[in-house]
Design a protein around this ligand. Structure first.
Ligand code: HEC
Length: 178
């Protein structure tokens, strides 16, 4: 019974002149994926900065955007609110209650770009332009005393920013363990 339905259905789709690429093999459905459709999902950036888009942004512009789109959850100066604190915590990693922030904990500046572009603002992810994400990255690194106030970041300069905790991670090369 089920088989008959499937046969009838595929006959219908082919008759309706939808693509029947693999006719005669497999299920006879599907089409090669358009590289443009993949590129919308393929937005990861690695620690060396591969994948960073064209564009740039500076601390002053980042401050403006932060006030409009981020401060409601992260506090006026990134001190935290209903969202995580984004500044501070330097020197607390060995404490009983370490305060892990971009400045005190994150090893790579490129992760900041990737994370903001992918996930923030929390209520409107992936709504920011590349220029806005560079500007916000510059502002948050400035708030954490990692870069000076006149900083402008782009695909070349962002990966070169040295994070304070860059050397704070140890490798754990036990085979078979994550
Ligand atoms: C509606 C509230 C909200 C808004 C608006 C918002 N965030 Fe967030 N943000 C959060 C929450 C909640 C988390 C924690 C998410 C999680 O752990 O899954 C977070 C996490 C983060 C983190 C990671 C912090 C860490 O150390 O793990 C960064 C960076 C960040 N937000 C940046 C931004 C920026 C930049 C904006 C503005 C463009 C923004 N956020 C707007 C709620 C918000």
């Amino acid at each position: 019974m089920l088989k008959r339905h499937v046969t009838v259905l595929s006959a219908f789709f082919c008759a309706a002149s939808l693509p029947c690429h693999a006719a005669g093999s497999g299920y006879g459905i599907g089409a090669p994926i358009d590289p443009k459709a993949v590129s919308a999902w393929n937005i990861d950036i690695d620690s060396a900065g591969h994948g960073l888009p064209v564009g740039s942004g500076d601390v002053a512009h980042g401050k403006e955007i932060f006030g409009a789109k981020c401060a409601s959850c992260h506090g006026a100066n990134g001190e935290g609110g209903i969202g995580d604190p984004l500044v501070g915590g330097m020197g607390t990693l060995a404490d009983a209650k370490p305060k892990k922030t971009i400045g005190s904990y994150w090893p790579y500046p490129t992760t900041l770009f990737d994370y903001i572009r992918r996930a923030m603002p929390y209520d409107a992810p992936q709504s920011l332009s590349a220029d806005e994400v560079y500007a916000l990255s510059a502002y948050l690194l400035y708030l954490n005393h990692v870069v000076p106030e006149n900083t402008r970041l782009d695909a070349q300069s962002l990966p070169k920013v040295k994070m304070p905790n860059r050397e704070g991670f140890v490798s754990d090369p036990r085979p078979g363990k994550l």
